[in-house]
Design a protein around this ligand. Structure first.
Ligand code: FAD
Length: 314
């Protein structure tokens, strides 16, 4: 889908993160209710993990879910919630035991966004897009069967979701597509004054060759993650390696495109002079955010060092 530039929008969260987590931890009823609706794109999902004081240190979250009869009553705030304004459902983590150590008192919920007491407020990003939101919970009452897995074990499920999120397979495939478009652009674009095409210029060829090597590496790292998933394993530091490499690689790819296009590469997509619909300029700005979303570059390096290389937590 990524290769075909399909407009998958926020269905990534359902298909790539929520669905696979429900497959691992959901009850038969939860799987029946959600999985085919996700794959048929009948439901859109968002991810309610980050909070104003819980980003990299996610277990610091303060949103509370208190058991009350057959329900949980949720109060608190989430932030940077991509697509919450479109979403039908949210994967939510909230604190259910105030006394437990911070990683142990968290539970994982599948929450209907139409629940009374849930409201969203837009956050506008540096591309002037409304992608993120703040989400507020004021006595939002959800039934007990929204709990995924065991109560107070939500941290471990959340890390599974993050492992799926970091797999970055779509990104690697998208990079291949960008490389092909850029290569075609250099073949079609004359260099003013010397009768050459951009593709005749040695620095352009070198830049594209470097990008080709990186795109191939990103694809192979992603295949490794996909192969583990196909065997029923949950990739961990392997996902962090793929995420770290692919986000940096796509940023370099976007930068290469903008430099090869010269000043045209910086034009807004609405400009009549913009090459390739402005995809490289958009990707450059978007990619900067993707190095933060799903866990920052520094956090991926911590995971690779600790879980991949067995180094002590520092
Ligand atoms: C495009 C995008 C989409 C997002 N979508 C969602 C979403 O849908 N749902 C959701 O819940 N969240 C979402 N987020 C939020 C994202 O998960 C957080 O921004 C991210 O986890 C970082 O948290 P923070 O912003 O609080 O930064 P902080 O945690 O405050 O980090 C600030 C800086 O300190 C560094 N740092 C922090 N701790 C350490 C450490 N232990 N070692 C080394 N360096 C450290 C970080 O790397 C970073 O550079 C999104 C963010 C972006 C950019």
């Amino acid at each position: 889908m990524s290769y075909a530039n399909a407009p998958i929008g926020y269905s990534t969260i359902g298909v790539g993160w929520a669905g696979p987590t429900i497959i691992v931890y959901g009850t038969g009823q939860q799987k029946k209710q959600h999985l085919s609706a996700i794959t048929d794109a009948e439901t859109m999902w968002c991810q309610g993990f980050s909070e104003p004081n819980a980003g990299s240190d996610l277990a610091n979250l303060a949103t509370r879910a208190v058991k009350d009869g057959d329900d949980y009553v949720i109060n608190g705030q989430k932030i940077w919630t991509s697509g919450a304004h479109y979403a039908d459902w949210m994967i939510l983590i909230a604190r259910t035991d105030q006394e437990a150590p911070k990683h142990k008192g968290i539970s994982y919920f599948l929450v209907d966004m139409k629940t009374p007491g849930i409201s969203t407020r837009p956050l506008i990003d540096m591309m002037n897009n409304h992608g993120f939101n703040e989400v507020f919970f004021e006595n939002a009452r959800v039934p007990r069967d929204c709990l995924l897995g065991e109560e107070n074990r939500g941290w471990y499920m959340a890390t599974t979701t993050l492992d799926f999120e970091r797999s970055s397979i779509g990104g690697a495939v998208g990079a291949r597509k960008m490389l092909e478009e850029l290569t075609e652009y250099t073949r079609a674009t004359p260099v003013p004054g010397n009768g050459h095409r951009l593709s005749d210029e040695i620095p352009v060829k070198v830049r594209l060759a470097d990008a080709a090597v990186e795109a191939e590496l990103g694809r192979l790292l992603s295949y490794r993650v996909a192969a583990m998933q196909a065997r029923g394993l949950v990739p961990n530091y392997e996902s962090s390696i793929a995420k770290l490499f692919n986000t940096d690689m796509q940023l370099r790819m976007a930068k290469a495109g903008m430099e090869i296009m010269g000043l045209y590469g910086q034009l807004d997509p609405k400009s009549k002079w913009v090459p390739l619909k402005g995809r490289f300029e958009r990707q450059y700005l978007w990619q900067t955010g993707l190095a933060v979303g799903g866990g920052t570059t520094e956090i991926q390096k911590n995971i690779i060092a600790q879980r991949g290389l067995g180094m002590p937590r520092g």
